[in-house]
Design a protein around this ligand. Sequence first.
Ligand code: PBG
Length: 328
Amino acid sequence: MSTQHPVIRPRRLRTTPAMRRLVAETRIHPAQLILPVFVREDITEPAPISSMPGVVQHTLDSLKGAVRDAAAAGLGGIMLFGIPATRDAIGSGATEASGILNRATAVAAAEAGDALVVQTDLCLDEFTDHGHCGVLDARGAVDNDATLERYRDMAVAQAQAGSQLLGLSGMMDGQVAAVREALDENGFADTAVLAYAAKYASAFYGPFREAVDSQLQGDRRTYQQDPANRIEGLREAALDEAEGADVLMVKPAMSYLDVLADVAATAQVPVWAYQVSGEHAMIEAAAANGWIDRDRAIRESVTGILRAGAGAVLTYWALELAAAEAAA
Ligand code: PBG
């Protein structure tokens, strides 16, 4: 009697493309992809963003086509960012119905109908002349509680414009509870809140700063988290869930997959991740140099984020990935 070794051969399940496809644990579905979309006030044609190949700043008009494309691709949603022509200390453009983000939201909501979820970035940084995510106190520090008052107004303005899911990305303490209360008091009990719960002070936001023409001098380390901290990410996520967040997000994605996995394992709400501008730019730049296979790297990066536990991913490649899945 002779037993052949090894008897257990995991490679059996890797022998053919059909077998590999059958046993794949993670799939990319268009419904779990969300496309971030930039809309700029003072332009007449879509403007490319040099550090983000393939991504543009839209006009209000070209936004309509982008929404139609996203809906046709079956995406789960779009996340809107506005780039105003003028800025001030309190980010007035964020709360005015005529502000670019609120106008863009109305345009997108009308175009989207029920085809996808129109979401909006709720943060002051695009609208302030100092580039911070909140208003400043007399000494120039970001004033948490004064900022919450601005966020409350911004939430109501965005809900009025037709946003269905508000992306709270400012990392102020208590922002979810403040926004939830403002929405409920103003008749928007059905408007949902996506909390950028664990958001780190990351170098990978670099290209985004070009995308939104950021005015920031210095950094956001007094409100965004220290990349060194994992437990703190769990704490932030738990707080936001307790304050009433409907969805939690971890951001950036690739360098924080441990935090993502931790939060996904414990949260009682959906957990998403944001594959940010620098993650996009790195792969595009390496591919442009011929150093990596672009399409495989894109798929692998998003697959990794989903595998780590994300229920959905914000990615600048959402349209491309959805098309690739449809063709596969
Ligand atoms: C804040 C915001 C930022 C991003 C999304 N929302 C910038 C920041 O926190 O500095 C970054 C997204 C990206 O890099 O793709 N409004």
